[in-house]
Design a protein around this ligand. Structure first.
Ligand code: FGO
Length: 419
């Protein structure tokens, strides 16, 4: 009996997800009637993540009818979001709630703008400690891990079968398979976006570490080797750089074989694939999966909010991190359930029964790597390191030269700052 109730809740959640306009309209009406409104600025443009977040808000607001309402407002993508938050600091119109990467938290803490969440989060011991660890600054919690993704291997099952190959388990197998299939197909089949996220997979699994004695280092031998591998992939014809849009947006534009990408892309990949899409834990160095970069954001509460907004925002973060909410959110999007109890929820159990592949996301979360959580990291990862990776992959600079230049730029940026 119970199972059916869960199934119905689950179906309702998904059906709402397809009626996007409806969720937004419902929230608008809910907020018009509420005495306390807490805005939640986020970086989801659309798709399943935005729909799932809005559906959670609808459910939360129903429970607080007339009294309180959380209103998610898309600010564009993640970087638009942090740009708008920085502008809101100056204008004095910060929202009560927002999504933030750990480095954004470090930046906002320089202005003492965030509310500590130690006394707000009710079931901290249920949350994945890997994610909790990175939102702790000077011993205090400043973020609620909410939509945390991990990189996974996406692959074209039809193509692997056609060439009689098994899913690669090690990095050398991935390269070998990509080489074999690319040679046979006459075009590169490992697709990559030349950015810091893709680079991270290769870098971390070649033993790289961005922090050396508290200093950021992007031109270590491991970094050079990682970038040289990608550049060699392009030159040798097994890797293809996708320079516009997400990988899933480029399906149909060539022979796709593999990519190492965020688990939050799963709903997008599934929708776009005209082939049998497979997912697997990342190829590693033998024995166990490779490390996957954790991306996605945490929820933060700004100190500027009123006491009533803070109280409501606190209730919201507990609601969205509850086992049930995380079970639904994770199944709808491909984000890792941040609540360890979510896996026991009938909703997620049922989903796993129908989609056994999804276990990959949960397994991969045990092999996670993080970028440094320093205030300048966003600028570094896009404007400095990201630029260097792009230049090298697109053949405009040699890997070592590009990374040496990036290192110098980082040192210039950070000079004069004590960390
Ligand atoms: C994205 C970005 C950061 C930082 C990492 C940082 C800022 C990276 C990477 C740059 O939530 P994730 O895992 O995945 C995103 C999710 C919601 O949009 O779905 C993914 N997506 C969306 C549309 C689509 O067609 N396909 C698809 O996969 C989307 O990537 O976050 C991963 C991608 C990037 O945005 O280009 O996190 N990232 N660290 N961004 N601002 N700051 O420190």
């Amino acid at each position: 009996m119970k199972k059916n109730v869960w199934l119905l809740a689950f179906l309702a959640f998904f059906s709402l997800a397809f009626a996007q306009q409806k969720a937004e309209d419902v929230i608008k009406a809910q907020c018009e009637k509420a005495s306390v409104v807490a805005e939640l600025w986020h970086g989801f443009r659309g798709g399943a993540p935005r729909a799932a977040l809005e559906n959670l808000a609808v459910e939360f607001n129903k429970m607080h009818e007339g009294k309180g309402c959380v209103r998610p407002i898309s600010q564009g993508g993640y970087r638009d979001l942090s740009t708008k938050i920085k502008a809101a600091f100056a204008a004095g119109n910060l929202p009560a709630l927002a999504q933030a990467f750990e480095n954004n938290i470090a930046l906002y803490l320089e202005a003492d703008a965030l509310m500590p969440l130690d006394d707000v989060i009710s079931d901290l011991d249920q949350l994945n400690p890997l994610f909790v660890n990175v939102v702790r600054f000077d011993g205090k919690l400043y973020g609620l891990p909410f939509n945390k993704s991990v990189q996974i291997l996406y692959f074209n099952r039809d193509l692997l079968s056609k060439h009689g190959l098994k899913v690669p388990k090690t990095i050398s197998e991935l390269i070998e398979d990509a080489k074999k299939i690319s040679a046979a197909e006459g075009e590169p089949v490992y697709w990559l976006r030349p950015d810091t996220s893709t680079f991270a997979y290769w870098f971390f699994n070649m033993g790289g570490n961005y922090l050396h004695d508290g200093k950021i280092v992007v031109n270590s031998p491991e970094a050079v080797k990682a970038l040289e591998t990608l550049v060699a992939g392009i030159k040798d014809g097994w890797a293809k750089a996708i320079t516009s849009g997400y990988i899933n947006q480029n399906f149909g534009n060539g022979v796709y074989g593999f990519s190492t990408d965020s688990s939050a892309g799963y709903s997008y990949y599934l929708k776009a694939a005209k082939f049998d899409l497979g997912i697997a834990t990342l190829p590693g160095n033998g024995g166990k999966p490779g490390l996957g970069l954790v991306q996605g954001t945490d929820l933060i509460i700004f100190e500027d909010a009123s006491d009533a907004q803070k109280k409501l925002a606190g209730e919201f973060i507990n609601f969205v991190s509850s086992p049930k909410a995380q079970a639904l959110f994770s199944a709808a999007t491909g984000y890792v359930p941040v609540n360890l109890k979510a896996i026991e929820e009938p909703a997620l159990q049922d989903y796993l029964m129908d989609n056994p592949d999804f276990k990959v996301v949960i397994d991969q979360a045990n092999y996670a790597a993080f970028e440094p959580a320093i205030a300048e990291w966003e600028q570094i990862r896009f404007d400095i390191l990201g630029q260097a990776i792009k230049e090298a992959v697109l053949g405009k600079a040699l890997p070592k030269e590009a990374l040496d230049k990036a290192q110098k730029q980082i040192e210039d940026l950070l000079s004069g700052r004590i960390r």
